[in-house]
Design a binder for this molecule. Structure first.
Ligand SMILES: CC(C)(COP(=O)(O)OP(=O)(O)OC[C@H]1O[C@@H](n2cnc3c(N)ncnc32)[C@H](O)[C@@H]1OP(=O)(O)O)[C@@H](O)C(=O)NCCC(=O)NCCS
Length: 248
């Protein structure tokens, strides 16, 4: 087992794995890392492509966590919150790790932090229909207005940027859709050196200044967003790295 990787208190790490080219031997090893419960969920998927995404994603969670504590990937134990968010069982590995998982066609992502709330979302651009038809169902009025004010060619990218940011925030909170999607909105600046900000309208029980957001395109057709809670005056450093589901 390799020496644990240091995760600074001000750091958030994201591990990405592309899933379309996982070789059959590695794919089979991913399945061996799953718990009996995960294996049962895996087996319930009807399509092999869904089973493959599931086993690769959950292998990535396990191998990512094992980078930070001397625990074998198959040994991690999880518990779901009442809203369904998986967390590590307290005491697991002796390091207060938090994590979140996202999977989409071709890509899985696992974000890891030390004790702070984090959420990640990845989305693939290909979807049936025009995604822009659904903006008013999912976005706040300010987001819809900002999106529609963009040139048509820029709108799909902004759509997925907003979509992944909204999911990343919801996932970091861990409350699912108990936070209505139109009650919070993102302002995405033109320059990537200016921070992305969130606003709550009307106010909810959360402080917009206590969040750090990042948005990026890890591939030409894939979008990723990450949300992390920060303390007053804290500057967070996000590191995104590509790996394999087995952490090679
Ligand atoms: C389930 C939900 C947490 C994410 O769903 P998703 O984007 O389809 O899926 P992702 O791949 O990003 O995330 C799924 C993973 O999140 C984790 N998860 C499950 N419940 C969670 C919760 N309440 N909070 C955080 N993470 C959660 C799990 O690890 C899950 O993976 P698993 O099912 O393989 O164990 C939730 O946000 C949801 O249902 N969203 C509604 C979708 C929607 O309308 N989005 C509009 C955005 S504008």
């Amino acid at each position: 087992m390799r020496a644990p990787l240091q995760l600074g208190a001000d750091e958030v790490h994201v591990w990405l794995a592309w899933t379309d080219a996982v070789d059959p031997v590695a794919d089979a090893r991913c399945a061996t890392l799953l718990s009996a419960e995960e294996r049962a969920r895996h087996d319930r998927f009807h399509f092999e492509r869904d089973r493959q995404l599931y086993r690769v994603a959950h292998a990535l969670v396990r191998t990512s966590l094992s980078r930070y504590a001397p625990v074998a990937p198959a040994a991690w134990r999880f518990v779901a919150t009442p809203h369904g968010r998986p967390e590590l069982l307290p005491g697991n590995g002796g390091v207060p790790l938090r994590f979140n998982l996202s999977h989409t066609r071709g890509l899985v992502a696992c974000v890891v932090s030390l004790a702070r709330e984090v959420g990640v979302d990845v989305e693939a651009e290909e979807r049936p229909g025009n995604p822009l038809d659904r903006v008013s169902d999912h976005f706040a009025p300010a987001e819809v207005a900002a999106l529609r004010a963009l040139p048509a060619a820029a709108q799909p990218t902004r759509f997925f940027t907003l979509w992944t940011l909204k999911e990343a925030y919801i996932k970091a909170r861990g409350l699912g859709l108990a936070i209505p999607l139109d009650r919070f909105s993102f302002e995405v600046p033109a320059s990537s050196s200016t921070p992305i900000t969130i606003a709550f309208t009307p106010p909810i029980d959360d402080d917009p200044a206590s969040w750090h957001f990042e948005s990026m395109q890890p591939g030409p057709r894939h979008f990723l967003a990450c949300a992390a809670r920060r303390r007053a005056g804290e500057t967070l450093r996000l590191r995104v790295r590509t790996t394999t589901p087995l952490g090679d």
